[in-house]
Design a binder for this molecule. Sequence first.
Ligand SMILES: [Zn+2]
Length: 276
Amino acid sequence: MCIVNGGLETAAFLLTLVLHEFAHILLAQAFGMEVEEMQLLPFGCAAKTPGISFCNSRAEILVAAAGPGINLLMAAILIVIPIEEKSVFLEAFCKYHIGMAAVNLLPVLPMDGGRILCAALSLKLGERRATQLTSIFGLLTAFLGLAASVWLIWQGQWNLSLLIVAIFMLGASWNYYRSALQSNAEKMLARRRQIGKSGVAQVHAIALNREKPLGRALTQLDQRAYNLVYILDDQLHPVGVMDEQLLSELAVRHGVSAKFSEIPWKEEKERRRLND
Ligand SMILES: [Zn+2]
């Protein structure tokens, strides 16, 4: 009986997790984002979408909210539907939906609550300040979790899950705080040094119409890869290609709202080649 209950509880947990992640993936794909991999966390997993940071899109808020949203909806349905005696599976299913929504909505990156908070703050404060502030919220939440763990141990009760989650949140928030202090230029330089050391890098290519602004290309860059931008004409024929460094230099010189068609980027590229 015990094994059957354990099996049903495990099935309820896995189904809750699958529904949560599918909601993220479906919404990400609806916004045209590519889901590259699933990241395993101590209390679930997170879908990773390349080319989009946690902080630069209204779509990010909706994609991050989709997972906890489906959990809360399912829990509400399970509570409201009139079933006389709920089975072990349904009881566990409802409990895991509530638990997963609550944990994932904590304001800690890279969890859904942290992503929602960071994206919302970035609309007013910009990506860098938003990441810093969200990381500080994350650090405070982690310290609260650690304090609660220590208090429970003091009371003679070990809560290993709470301790693991608090330690994970502390590490993740500290990493996000440190990376927020780095400017984009510093991140790019660090990546270039890495390419210099290993001699190889993964390439991330973006294609966009020359009537689009430089800033549109900047928001699509993948921080972990060497980025190339293909510029297309109205017939979708490529008219040129530039790397991330030239794109950043042009954005500093002409502003992020300048369109590719308005700036002499081919001449800049030629000048750089001659200087080299
Ligand atoms: Zn999630």
